[in-house]
Structure formats: C-alpha cells, structure tokens
Design a protein around this ligand. Structure first.
Ligand SMILES: N[C@@H](CCC(=O)N[C@@H](CS)C(=O)NCC(=O)O)C(=O)O
Length: 202
C-alpha cells in the first residue's frame, strides 16, 4: 500500500492507523502547492481531487476521503479493534464521530489556514469551533476516548485535526479533558512513529 501524505495535514490520521496496525506501507510525500509527488508525478493523475490523503492499494485502486480510508484500514485487521465490527451499533456510533470530526472540526478549522480570510470571518469560525470542542470536552470528561475506554480510528482523526489548533494560536487549556486527551495520544508509539516517518520521508 502507498499512502500519499503532506506534512501537518489530515493524512496523519490514516498514517497513525497504519502504524497502530503494524501494516507495511510506502509513504509518498505530496507538495500541496505544486501537486507534485516526491517521485516527480502529478498527484492529480493519482487522485483527481488533488488533496491528501490517498491510499493506493496493491491492485491499483486509489481510495480517498480520510474517514473511508481509516475504516478500510481498520477492517484489514479486526483483531486490533480500532473499529467496531461492520453492522454493529457501535460501528454506527463510530461513523457518527467520523462525520462530526470531518464536517464540524476538520472542515470547520480548515478555513483558518487561509491567510486571506478576513478577521470577522475568522472570529466566526473560531467561535463555532470552540462550541464543538466544548462538546468534545464534555464527552472526554467521562471517558478516555471517543468510543469509550479504547483508542479507535476516530481518535486518530480527532487527534490529527486538534493538532492544527496550535497553528491558529488556539490553546486547548479552556478544555482540560481535550488537552489531556491530546497529550495522551501524543505519547502513543504509533503517533511518534508516524510523525518521525513524515519528517524523514524524502
Ligand atoms: N474531504 C477530504 C478533505 C481532505 C483535505 O482537506 N485535504 C487537505 C489537507 S488536510 C489538502 O490536501 N488540501 C489541499 C487542497 O485541497 O488542494 C477528506 O476528508 O479526506
């Protein structure tokens, strides 16, 4: 499998999952400005959407959309229990979280990377994000991870997008349970290995 990634982006989420599962993969860096891969190809010929993450399978299929990729990966190794079984109620709960992270946190935070965004719009996005993180804090006051007491693919995704808050100078200190959650996940060997591999990738 090949994971197309760009540093500090949402592709860290499937990367953490690959590390958690101990699966073999090749890492291919994408320059999100030029859309060139580190091996000199036009990334849009691999993923016409032009954005990471993309996972190329051995049979040549390319899977995109982070929440689909992490579910595909988790199902390759069900014994790792990174996702509840397909068809279970808990799987639906997982998908509920993945949808929330994707549409409320990921898509809610991404505009803040745009330096052309006017301050008034920036304030609107920040306020909305704060409301969503307050909801997360309420959940994480009661349990260690989004689905309960076990780390799942939803946590890999949420951790990844929470990591952007430092770029926006949004401190997690108003949400102590979220801050503790972020520190707990930072300490996972899979996270450290993924971050190191991205820094060292050509
Ligand atoms: N809907 C996609 C969004 C992916 C996405 O936002 N990718 C960003 C990095 S986090 C990107 O590569 N942006 C570059 C671009 O859109 O040109 C998903 O959930 O995977």
């Amino acid at each position: 499998m090949k994971l197309y990634f760009a540093p500090h982006t949402c592709s860290l989420s499937p990367h953490i999952v690959l590390q958690e599962l101990g699966l073999a993969y090749e890492l291919i860096r994408v320059d999100n400005q030029t859309k060139l891969t580190s091996d000199g190809r036009d990334f849009r010929s691999i993923n016409p959407k032009g954005y990471v993450a993309a996972l190329e399978l051995g049979n040549g299929e390319v899977l995109t959309e982070g929440s689909a990729i992490v579910q595909y990966l988790a199902d390759l190794k069900p014994t790792a229990e990174l996702a509840p079984p397909q068809g279970s109620w808990q799987r639906v709960r997982l998908q509920e979280w993945l949808g929330f992270i994707s549409s409320e946190i990921h898509a809610g935070a991404a505009p803040l990377f745009n330096s052309a965004l006017p301050e008034a719009a920036r304030a609107i996005f920040r306020d909305k994000l704060a409301k969503r993180v307050t909801l997360l804090d309420t959940t994480l006051q009661q349990q260690a991870y989004l689905l309960g007491d076990k780390f799942s693919i939803a946590d890999a995704y949420l951790y990844t997008v929470l990591g952007w808050f430092k770029f926006f100078e949004i401190s997690l200190s108003p949400w102590p349970a979220v801050a503790a959650y972020e520190s707990r996940i930072t300490a996972r060997p899979s996270v450290q290995a993924a971050i190191r591999a991205e820094a060292e990738a050509p």
